[in-house]
Design a protein around this ligand. Structure first.
Ligand SMILES: *Cc1c(COP(=O)(O)O)cnc(C)c1O
Length: 431
């Protein structure tokens, strides 16, 4: 037997991490900045549970921020990884695993005829924007405030003062040049979209959008907004880039485009498509994708793209979602959670809005419905922080920001949800 190793506490591990990595983390949301306090270090995960270094168990509602729709350490995914790893971990040459994953994506996502695999959602969105610019010969892109498409320079921007003004960088290091080619509009604002196209229509390569927004909390697009996105981009020869990194295989097997009847030109995927390993993908009709190198001229490459471990985990996940669809179960569990949280907040007299699409949901501490960033920004984020820590104390691991979605997985049980509602009932009366 190996000698027993004494484990550090989360507190000790974080003290060490802070000396090694900026803020002690490799992605800022993990540092719990929006809720104060220190992050908890995870030791392992199984099913719907996370276990921390300090001996606590949590019911997990972040699912690695989306990918773990089948729950943690799902046996068929782990087995497929064992099989793949025995054959080596990367070759930099084609494999049938890439065919398998690409074929599943094309089969399941309605608008995709051809796909390119990359390593993250950021890479997928960035590459899709380059392709849209390459195909249209235009420079400008439109995005919506509160939508997140990864840390792509051109999209890491904030809105200017009016709808048709150009964006300003919202991170040091993003050049004015990069941000000047981006227009930031309000989500669900059809008039704003029309105005922007009236002024800049002939220069716009694409409109990037989250088909159900998860990155300012869950915000649902109205049917008028969805129709306008398609008809206005069509009228002006711009491409519609549907960022399904979060919603793909989550709100339906074919993503939000299937659930809501959206017909995009380009789709970005990430999160679930890698089954918990680093994968992204972008795709669309052959007539657009044929412009990517080496078939076409738009450059995009990746040393580890289509990595055999990543494609094994991704393909096993998508195959499971296709052959044994958990969507009805997810709908039932998430609906139970929605109803319970709403009743608990109402009983406690806490002003709130509850938004849910399938297994993504957000409890907003807001007086009015959240339809875009302007209304999202009015949420009581301090109350959210108290809610978050109250739930953590009771073993419920929620996303550590008001502006994120909670995810339910197929590994959650009705009892998990009941326990979560019981905890919320207690916490909501004291915040
Ligand atoms: C998470 C996310 C991204 C970025 O994906 P990464 O894998 O973190 O780079 C892009 N778009 C949306 C909608 C996302 O939710």
């Amino acid at each position: 037997m190996p000698p027993a190793v004494s484990r550090p506490s989360s507190r000790e591990a974080f003290a060490r991490a802070k000396k090694l990595m900026p803020g002690g983390v490799n992605s800022p949301a993990r540092a719990f900045g929006a809720v104060g306090g220190e992050p908890i270090f995870i030791d392992r995960a199984e099913g719907s549970y996370l276990y921390d270094l300090d001996g606590n168990r949590y019911i997990d509602y972040i699912g690695s921020w989306g990918p773990m729709i089948l729950g943690h350490a799902y046996a068929p995914v782990i087995e497929s990884l064992h099989r793949a790893i025995d054959c080596g971990t990367s070759y930099g040459a084609p494999t049938t695993g890439e065919n398998d994953l690409a074929e599943l994506i094309i089969e399941l996502v309605p608008s995709i005829e051809k796909v390119r695999l990359v390593n993250s959602g950021t890479e997928a969105a960035m590459s899709a924007i380059r392709l849209a610019r390459g195909v249209t010969g235009r420079d400008k892109v439109v995005k919506f405030a509160g939508n997140y498409h990864g840390h792509v320079d051109a999209l890491l921007v904030a809105a200017g003062s009016s709808a048709a003004t150009l964006a300003v960088p919202n991170s040091p290091g993003v050049t004015t040049g990069a941000s000047q080619d981006t227009l930031v509009l309000e989500y669900n604002d059809v008039a704003g979209l029309r105005d922007a196209f009236e002024v800049h229509g002939g220069e716009i390569a694409c409109v990037a959008f989250e088909p159900v927004c998860g990155n300012m909390g869950v915000v649902v697009p109205t049917s008028e907004f969805r129709d306008a996105l398609r008809s206005i981009t069509n009228d002006h020869g711009a491409l519609l880039l549907c960022d399904e990194v979060m919603t793909g295989f989550r709100v339906a097997i074919g993503g939000a485009q299937q659930r809501l009847g959206i017909e995009p030109d380009l789709t970005a995927l990430g999160k679930i498509v890698g089954g918990g390993l680093p994968v992204g993908a972008y795709g669309g009709p052959d007539a657009i994708m044929c412009n990517v190198l080496p078939e076409g001229k738009v450059f995009q490459a990746g040393t580890l793209s289509g990595n055999p471990l990543a494609t094994a985990a991704g393909a096993t996940t998508l195959r499971t979602l296709r052959d044994d669809p958990p969507y009805e179960k997810l709908e039932a569990l998430a609906s139970q959670l929605e109803t319970g949280l709403r009743e608990a907040a109402t009983a406690a007299g806490v002003p709130h809005q509850l938004a849910r699409v399938g297994s993504m949901l957000t409890l907003f501490f807001a007086d009015e419905p959240v339809t875009g960033w302007q209304s999202a920004a009015k949420c009581d984020t301090e109350r959210f922080a108290r809610f978050f820590w109250g739930m953590m104390d009771r073993g419920m691991y929620l996303p550590c920001s008001q502006y994120e979605a909670m995810f339910v997985s197929a590994a959650h049980t009705e009892t998990d949800i009941e326990n979560t509602i019981d905890a919320a009932r207690e916490v909501l009366t004291s915040i």
